[in-house]
Design a protein around this ligand. Sequence first.
Ligand code: BGC
Length: 332
Amino acid sequence: MTISSRLLLIGLISLLIVSSSVTAYLFVKTLNSPVTLAKTTEAQTGRYHIILIPEEMNNPYWESIRKGAMKAGSDVHIQVEFTGPAQTNEIDQIKIIEKAIAAKADGIITQGIDNPAFKSVVEKAAKRGIPVVTIDTDAPDSRRAAYVGSNNYHAGFLAGEALLQSTDSDLNVGIITGNDHPNEKERVQGFKDAVKNHVNVQIKAVKTSNISRVQAAEKTYDLLQKYPDINAFYGTSALDALGIAAMTSQFSQRNKMMIVGFDTLPETLDLIKKGQINATITQEPYQMGYESMTLMNSILRHESFAEINNTPSSILTKRDLISRNRMKNINP
Ligand code: BGC
């Protein structure tokens, strides 16, 4: 490595350390602070009061879900409140569900968690006649009324196919996964199953990013140190591929790195256009937000509803973005 690239790397790592200390500080602060069920967004006036509790507030993916939910709220006249942990934290999320029950919400929409405490809080809501709908991640063992979101195993399988389609070379893969929530586990399992019969693909290790871009970059660095032959990465949550790309772009000899990520944040699409990310698996967070609200409206009105409501996922590459743009020019 040249002196200038070494200096660049040292600079980048110092930046990562500062940002992760801030992340750690905020995390500890969140743990220690009492959880308040503040109204964090404008709520429409309406017949029902529904509380939507995301995995974390400061996250662009959940922001799309919020927007979809708010639009449905104004279309079907439901009062929507959006509140949750600042950063992913199961315990806080469960406490906020408790508060929503105490506040006598008409319905609760939240990400499913695989935790006995989640099961019992959903049970408590059900006993009080407050329906719970899971969004983004299901918790089929709980008493939730219905699920709206991707089929995460299938989405993970698509990610494996996307990687196989992008090259014929031998692949040594590092996986960065958001955390151990069921949706992330299913995405890892789907990917593993898609590549399992391909002898040229070897999965080196799986690391978690705590759904943080900075931690995804740090874990990418760790993996590259430990397994210098890694030439492909798979990031399973919305910010992982961005962290992976930020780190791998610093390793000049690694410009052949293949990256498959998740979601269609504007920055991700930008890096796909630039060729730094090879493919992403699309999800429909706005639609999830919208449909979960209209579904909750049906439940509260005692109308019939489906228990599992999968929103679509697909592989998106640079070629798809180019043809999408062409279509726009033909059909603006
Ligand atoms: C996942 C969410 C997660 C988000 C984090 C998405 O891909 O579906 O569960 O909260 O990434 O950025």
